[in-house]
Design a protein around this ligand. Structure first.
Ligand SMILES: O=C(CO)COP(=O)(O)O
Length: 250
C-alpha cells in the first residue's frame, strides 16, 4: 500500500528558538507515524538544525527549492548536491510562489527536476491554477500543460520518481480550501492523464493536495480516493495541527 505523504512547507518562517519548540513537540509523536511519511521543509539556513533534531526519528528532511545548475557563479543559490549532503530526501519544485514571484517557467522547473533526480532527491512537482484561470474554465488546460512540459522534457521513465502536489493558487494561504469534491475532481483528472501515459504509474504515483489544509478539513480531504497526502504551510507551523493531521486514520 502507498504510504501517505505529509509534507510541511515552512516557507520563510521560523527562528532557531521557534523551530526548537516545534521540533521537540514533533518528536513526542513521531513514533506513532508508521502509516505516514512526514517530511519537513524548513528554510535553507535551518536544514542543519532540523537534521540534528530528526536523528533517530522517521521524519524526513526536504528543501523548498533548488537551483537548475550543478555549481558555479549563481550567487545566493543552492545546488541539489548540497541538499543531498545535508540529508535532504525531498525537494519542492515549481511552487506557485516561486513561479509567480521568481518567474520560474515550466522549462526551468523541468531542469530543476533533472538536477534533483541526478542528486538522488525526490522532486515534489507543484502544479495548480489561479482563480482567474479557474473562472475562465482553463484549470485543466493549465494543469496538464504544467505536467506535460515536465514529462516531455525529462521523459516518462524519470517522471516515475516524481511526487505531484496539486495546489490551487486561490486556496494557498487564503483559508479558502478546495472542497473535498473540487480537489478530488482535479486529482482524478491528473491520475487519468497519467493513466493514459502509463497505467501502472497512475496507481503508484503520489498526488498530494495543498492549499489551506488544516486539522479540520484534512479528515474529509484525505478520504478522497485520489488524494494521497498533503503539502501544507500555515498549519505545519503549529504542532497540534500537525499532530492531528498526521494521526488521521487513512
Ligand atoms: O503553499 C502551500 C504549501 O506549499 C499551502 O500553504 P497553506 O497551507 O498555508 O495554504
Amino acid at each position: 500500500m502507498k504510504q501517505t505523504l505529509i509534507i510541511a512547507n515552512w516557507k520563510m518562517n521560523g527562528s532557531i528558538l521557534a523551530n526548537s519548540k516545534l521540533l521537540i513537540a514533533m518528536l513526542k509523536f513521531h513514533n506513532k507515524l508508521q502509516h505516514v511519511e512526514l517530511v519537513i521543509c524548513p528554510p535553507f539556513p535551518y536544514l542543519h538544525q532540523v537534521k540534528e533534531y530528526m536523528v533517530g526519528s522517521n521524519i524526513k528532511l526536504g528543501a523548498q527549492n533548488v537551483n537548475e545548475n550543478n555549481s558555479g557563479a549563481f550567487t545566493g543559490e543552492v545546488s541539489a548536491d548540497m541538499l543531498k549532503e545535508f540529508s535532504c530526501r525531498y525537494v519542492l519544485i515549481g511552487h506557485s510562489e516561486r513561479r509567480a514571484l521568481f518567474q520560474e517557467s515550466n522549462d526551468i522547473i523541468a531542469k530543476k527536476i533533472t538536477q534533483a533526480m541526478d542528486a538522488g532527491l525526490t522532486p515534489v512537482l507543484c502544479i495548480g491554477e489561479s482563480l482567474e484561470q479557474r473562472e475562465k474554465g482553463d484549470a485543466q488546460a493549465v494543469i496538464l500543460e504544467q505536467l506535460s512540459c515536465v514529462i516531455n522534457d525529462i521523459g516518462l521513465k524519470k517522471f516515475k520518481s516524481v511526487v505531484i502536489a496539486y495546489e490551487p493558487i486561490w486556496a494557498i494561504g487564503t483559508g479558502q480550501t478546495a472542497s473535498p469534491e473540487q480537489a478530488q475532481k482535479v486529482h482524478r483528472m491528473i491520475r487519468q492523464y497519467i493513466y493514459g501515459l502509463d497505467p501502472i504509474l497512475s496507481k503508484s504515483i503520489s498526488i498530494l493536495y495543498g492549499g489551506s489544509v488544516n486539522e479540520i478539513n484534512a479528515a474529509e480531504l484525505i478520504k478522497q480516493k485520489d488524494i494521497d497526502g498533503f503539502l501544507f504551510g500555515g498549519a505545519s507551523l503549529k504542532s497540534d495541527s500537525l499532530e492531528t493531521i498526521c494521526k488521521l486514520k487513512i
